[in-house]
Write a protein that binds this ligand. Structure first.
Ligand SMILES: Nc1nc2c(c(=O)[nH]1)N[C@H]1C(S)=C(S)[C@@H](COP(=O)(O)O)O[C@H]1N2
Ligand SMILES: [Mo]
Length: 536
């Protein structure tokens, strides 16, 4: 009798330990990669939405400001109950416990991916939770069953063994004790490890999230100073307003993101400083407050990634607020022998920028603002570099903390050590956005449109070719400046059938974009963007 009831508690505990491990794994995955998809938090949020108003009021009345915590606790209690049931099922009628646990993960996945702020991958943490819990539940339940079996008053015969001497033998109380003790201890050990790891993972994930929220609160509290020098207003004619055509200014939320940071660096601006050193007459150190006190300038610069394939989307255009790097370098006084600045970020990434690009007349800046707000964390908060005319990997260091004035023959940057060119001037490129590649359109009057760029050189014209016809001139929108991309469009009377549409740009120096294909490695792709269109 005693063993029976002990095994009810033990089976339930097996379920709780397995689900704790799974939930912890799910919370950690969410914290690391998908911050809005925490399985427990999304279930809690869904409960709030489902709860009738009186229940919400009652909960707030009961728990006061701790209502969020109470909600999480409520979800945890429900999880513990379901987990205990899963444990009982798995010990007695496998695999039903695992089925229940996987079902629980599925419910979590559905809830997380139907939250208003859900991303396409929001189901992953809950799926991970369900799979990990199920994988742990199987072995834990078997150990639990074994411990209970050995604790039974008679040693059962192994049917495959069939040794007549063993089966009916009276139990040796000492050995039964020993077996029970070992099995029980093994079960307790493994279930304890599972539950402990789960709790630690969940708490670690939550701590990480809390830290990140604190960082974003710091960012939100920042009021950037007004620019001492504003950018010229963006001409209304810079954006053709064509649906599906990339807007001339890329909203921050849509701006491409490329970096080597597994976790977005969390930099406290008040602890931040930038040090300019190396081949200089005197070191310069500037703090956040000192930087913000300088006369900041607005500039519009298009940023592009060297890994952008022909027709790719690793490019964006923003209004930046920052201070000219030129001025800071002047204070430091570079040696005449220096020809490169190695910028370093808080996470160790480095970029090699020609000294000239940082000292000539262009808008090479230490940026603090992007499209009217402090830099988003993933775009380099609190300070990054923006340099017109160079690919990001040799110029656009995010979370920048150091500028080392040096020489190309004396130092190498992060990507240079990995097969990429030490210099990365932007290549002349153009892209077709409309019609979307592979999209079917209807015959008749339509429009072909896209963007073209070669920052700090400028675009003079764009031409379009339908099938193997003549190259025809597109109309350019008003360029914001030579440092930005420019939209273009061309009317097209589309005839039924399938067509190939190509584009190429001509830069302000009169050079035509080459049709010769080059891969992105080592210094940027070339070739004409071409799309297939079906006209019905
Ligand atoms: N610290 C740091 N800065 C970095 C990188 C990086 O990996 N780490 N990547 C660079 C590259 S390759 C590009 S294309 C741009 C991209 O900037 P974005 O993510 O703001 O679009 O950042 C640059 N700055
Ligand atoms: Mo890049």
């Amino acid at each position: 009798m005693a063993t029976r009831s002990a095994s009810v508690a033990a089976s339930a505990w097996a379920g709780v330990a397995a689900v704790a491990l799974g939930a912890g794994a799910g919370e950690l995955v969410a914290a690391l990669a998908l911050p809005t998809a925490s399985p427990i938090a999304s279930m809690g949020a869904a409960l709030i939405d489902l709860a009738p108003p009186w229940a919400k009021d009652a909960a707030i009345g009961l728990f006061g400001t701790a209502d969020k915590l109470a909600l999480i606790a409520g979800v945890v209690v429900v999880l513990v109950v379901v987990a205990a049931i899963a444990g009982l099922l798995e010990v007695r009628v496998p695999p039903w416990g695992r089925v229940l646990v996987v079902g629980l993960g599925l419910v979590g996945a559905v809830v997380a991916s139907t939250r208003p702020d859900a991303t396409g991958m929001a189901w992953i943490p809950s799926a991970v939770a369900g799979v990990v819990a199920a994988a742990a539940l199987g072995p834990l339940a078997r150990r639990c069953a074994r411990a209970a079996a050995h604790a039974a008053p008679f040693v059962r015969a192994d049917p495959a063994d069939g040794n007549p001497d063993v089966a009916p033998a009276a139990p040796d109380p000492a050995s039964a004790e020993r077996g029970t003790g070992l099995d029980r201890r093994g079960f307790l050990l493994w279930s304890g490890v599972a539950a402990g790891a789960g709790v630690i993972a969940a708490l670690g994930g939550w701590a990480l999230q809390a830290g990140r929220q604190a960082a974003s609160a710091v960012r939100e509290a920042i009021a950037l100073p007004r620019p001492a020098q504003t950018a010229a207003p963006i001409p209304a004619t810079a954006d053709l307003g064509i649906p599906d055509l990339a807007p001339v200014i890329t909203p921050n939320a849509e701006f491409y993101r490329i970096d080597t940071a597994l976790l977005v660096p969390d930099v406290d601006p008040h602890a931040w400083s930038l040090r300019i050193h190396g081949m200089v007459a005197r070191e310069v150190v500037i703090t956040w407050d000192e930087l913000l006190a300088l006369p900041l300038q607005e500039s519009v610069t298009t940023l592009a990634c060297v890994s952008n394939e022909v027709g790719g989307t690793l490019i964006g255009n923003a209004v930046w607020l920052g201070y000219p790097i030129r001025e800071l370098l002047r204070q430091a006084g570079p040696d005449s022998g220096a020809d490169m600045v190695l910028s370093r970020s808080v996470d160790g990434f480095t970029a090699s920028t020609p000294l000239e690009a940082l000292t000539d007349e262009r808008n090479a800046i230490l940026a603090v603002g992007m499209n009217g707000e402090p830099l988003p964390a993933e775009h380099g908060f609190p300070v990054r570099m923006v340099v017109p005319g160079l690919y990001g990997y040799v110029s656009a260091t995010k979370w920048v903390t150091e500028l080392q004035v040096t020489r190309f023959d004396a130092a190498r940057a992060y990507w240079t050590d990995r097969g990429w060119s030490e210099r990365g001037p932007i290549k002349l490129q153009s892209r077709i956005d409309v019609p979307r590649s592979g999209r079917q359109i209807s015959a008749g009057d339509t429009v072909v449109a896209g963007v073209a760029w070669q920052q700090h050189v400028g675009i003079a014209a764009v031409e379009v070719q339908i099938d193997d016809g003549e190259w025809m001139p597109a109309t350019l929108a008003t360029a914001i400046s030579d440092d930005t991309w420019v939209q273009w469009s061309m009317p097209w009377t589309a005839t039924t059938g399938t067509h190939t549409v190509r584009c190429r740009a001509i830069n302000a120096r009169g050079q035509t974009q080459t049709g010769e294909h080059a891969p992105v490695v080592p210094d940027g792709a070339t070739g004409w963007h071409q799309i297939g269109v079906t006209v019905a």
